[in-house]
Write a protein that binds this ligand. Structure first.
Ligand SMILES: C[S@@+](CC[C@H](N)C(=O)[O-])C[C@H]1O[C@@H](n2cnc3c(N)ncnc32)[C@H](O)[C@@H]1O
Length: 267
C-alpha cells in the first residue's frame, strides 16, 4: 500500500481547490449517520480525505475523530473553523498504525474501503470491532461494487481544466478491471506528464463476498444502502442499481461483541 499516501496527496493537490468544501454529498452522509447510527455520539471517520464530511458531522452535533494519511488532511482545519471547540479531532496518520484510546458509537469509512489485500481489509475490520467500536456500535462502510467497476474496464477520460470551478490541471484517466483479483485499477496522469502515471487499486466486493470477509471479525452485515434504497442482505435477482448503476454501496455493520452470536446473513 505504498502508493496510498502518494496517490491521494498528488490527486489532492490537483483537486483540493475545487473539492475541499462541504457539499450535498456530505449532508447525505450525515443523514446516513443519523438514520443508521443515531442522533448523537462519538464518530471515528477513517480515510477522511479533505475532511468535509467530518466537518459537516461535527457541525451536526457529533463528536468526530478523523484519520487521514495523505496531505488531504492538511486542509481539514480550514473547513472546520466554525465547529464547536473539541468536536473535531484530526489525526494525519495511517489507521493501521494509529492507537486510539477512545471507543466510538459509529465508525465510518466513506469511499475508501478496499485498499490493500483481503488480509489487510480483515485486519482493519477486526480493529474496528475489537478496538474502536463500543459494544453494540455500528460501522458504516462504503464498498466498491465490482459489477459497475467491471463495466468501466477500458474506459478513458480526458478532463479539460476548468479554472472557474477550481480545476487547474488537464488530466487523463484510464480505468481497467482485473476479474481474477476483483480489483479496479484507476490510473491518472497530467496530459503534460504521461510518464508520471499514478494508480489506485481498489478491491471490490459483492455484498455476499463482504459477508464472507466479515466472518470472525465481530462485525455482521445487517443492511446495505444502494442509492436511496435500504435493503437486507438477501436475494435480489436482476437488481439494476447494483448490476449497472451504483459504483459503491454502503454496508451497515453491527458489532457483535460475542463471536458466537455473530450470524452471517443467508437471506
Ligand atoms: C477515495 S478517498 C475518499 C476520501 C473521503 N472519505 C471522501 O469520501 O471524500 C480515500 C481516502 O482514504 C485515505 N486512506 C487510505 N488508506 C488509509 C490509511 N491506511 N490510513 C489513513 N487514511 C487512508 C486516502 O488517503 C484517501 O484520502
Amino acid at each position: 500500500m505504498d502508493w496510498v499516501r502518494e496517490f491521494y496527496s498528488r490527486t489532492g493537490s490537483w483537486w483540493a481547490k475545487a473539492d475541499a468544501r462541504v457539499t450535498d454529498r456530505d449532508h447525505r452522509r450525515v443523514r446516513l449517520l443519523h438514520d443508521h447510527g443515531g442522533d448523537v455520539g462519538r464518530v471515528l471517520e477513517l480515510g477522511s480525505g479533505y475532511g468535509a464530511t467530518a466537518a459537516a458531522a461535527a457541525r451536526a452535533g457529533y463528536s468526530v475523530t478523523a484519520v487521514e494519511v495523505s496531505n488531504r488532511a492538511d486542509v481539514t482545519s480550514g473547513l472546520a473553523k466554525d465547529v464547536a471547540p473539541g468536536s473535531l479531532t484530526v489525526h494525519k496518520a495511517d489507521f493501521y498504525e494509529l492507537d486510539l484510546e477512545d471507543r466510538f458509537d459509529i465508525v465510518c469509512y466513506w469511499n475508501g474501503f478496499g485498499v490493500g489485500s483481503d488480509a489487510e481489509q480483515r485486519r482493519l475490520l477486526v480493529r474496528i470491532a475489537a478496538e474502536w467500536l463500543r459494544p453494540g456500535g455500528v460501522a458504516l462502510i462504503d464498498v466498491f461494487n465490482p459489477f459497475v467497476w467491471s463495466r468501466w474496464d477500458g474506459d478513458e477520460e480526458h478532463l479539460a481544466p476548468d479554472a472557474a470551478a477550481g480545476y487547474d490541471h488537464e488530466l487523463r484517466e484510464r480505468t481497467s478491471f482485473d476479474p481474477v483479483m476483483c480489483t479496479a485499477i484507476d490510473t491518472w496522469w497530467e496530459t503534460t506528464s504521461p510518464d508520471r502515471q499514478i494508480s489506485q487499486v481498489l478491491r471490490c466486493y459483492t455484498p455476499a463476498d463482504l459477508a464472507l470477509l466479515l466472518t470472525g471479525t465481530g462485525l455482521t452485515l445487517t443492511k446495505i444502502v444502494v442509492g436511496d434504497r435500504v435493503l437486507s442482505p438477501s436475494p435480489h435477482p436482476g437488481m439494476g442499481e447494483l448490476l449497472r448503476e451504483q459504483h459503491e454501496y454502503l454496508a451497515i455493520l453491527h458489532h457483535e461483541p460475542d463471536q458466537s452470536q455473530a450470524v452471517c446473513p443467508t437471506g
